[in-house]
Design a protein around this ligand. Sequence first.
Ligand SMILES: NC(=O)c1ccc[n+]([C@@H]2O[C@H](COP(=O)([O-])OP(=O)(O)OC[C@H]3O[C@@H](n4cnc5c(N)ncnc54)[C@H](OP(=O)(O)O)[C@@H]3O)[C@@H](O)[C@H]2O)c1
Length: 315
Amino acid sequence: MKDKIVVITGANSGIGKAAAIKFAAEGHRVVMACRNLAISKPVQEEIMASAGSQSIDLLELDISSFGSIRKFCEAFKAKYDKLDILIHNAAFLSHGEKEYRLSPERVELSFATNAFGPLYMTELLAGWLEKSEDARVLNACTTNIKNFFDPKRTIEYDNLRGEYQTTRRYSSYKMYGDSKMAFLMLTFKMAEQWREKGIHVNAIQINRVKLSKETIAKMSSYWKALAWAQNLTNPHPSAMADNYYYICTSDQYRNVTGQLINHMREIVQPAPSEQGLDQLKNIFGSAYYPRYAIDRTNVDKVWGMGQELISAHSS
Ligand SMILES: NC(=O)c1ccc[n+]([C@@H]2O[C@H](COP(=O)([O-])OP(=O)(O)OC[C@H]3O[C@@H](n4cnc5c(N)ncnc54)[C@H](OP(=O)(O)O)[C@@H]3O)[C@@H](O)[C@H]2O)c1
């Protein structure tokens, strides 16, 4: 079925851009949700030319800011009468960054961008998704969450509002992994929340994909060298974009919700065992995710934090 309306966050770069080309080339209407319109405008034109389609809109969105999310959703609702596919692709990971940063709502920036912003945006658009006959939400997750196979690993729940920003060592890489684990738990909870409304919510576990030169340009020299070296063998973003497309449009995934799906389009399961040799299979394979993600206390904690934030900042 063509002519779906598809919102892709961070569609000006990498996998998001490749996905915009794919959806548009297949005849769907794409809305690029991007924070920098000056950078994204020429990309919109490039996508139109590559896809051979004019059905590509560009609307401003800074997903780390609740105010910007509200503005985006108002603009979207004024222009479109439904939403079929929402892809939360944008993410914050500043390789090697040592400085703890807060969002406008004073939430640690990785959590604001990668977990709570997407939750708020989905809540605001849920009514529009309900109008679709086949509403699908896809959340970009990462293999970085495998770090939670370590039994000592936990989300820094006590340091998400800047509590220890000056006294505790900050690792942007760890905070990124924590925020993506939180996003996976939110995926499970969102799926439960909206199952009855016909909105299906899944996450995709992205393993490794070539980074764009713009993304690499933002890194420090050590990380730049590493990224260029990894780019030699990493697959092109278009393969992952094809996965986004398949999960969001195929009959196979039409009634699937609350799942993590890997780069081979298989459903990833909670690890049956995290002991001994099984742990090696967990870490090196793509079949299992850490049980941390389905621990009710963790899921409820992250969901509760998200709901608290939304009620404190929703106007
Ligand atoms: N590439 C990989 O190997 C890999 C591995 C695992 C997971 N992933 C996940 O895959 C997704 C896409 O990654 P990618 O490699 O394609 O990265 P990318 O090329 O760096 O794209 C990230 C996009 O997110 C946007 N973005 C960042 N902060 C934003 C904000 N506050 N508001 C709106 N947009 C924002 C960026 O916009 P600007 O251009 O304005 O910065 C950019 O368009 C991410 O969720 C990432 O975590 C990627």
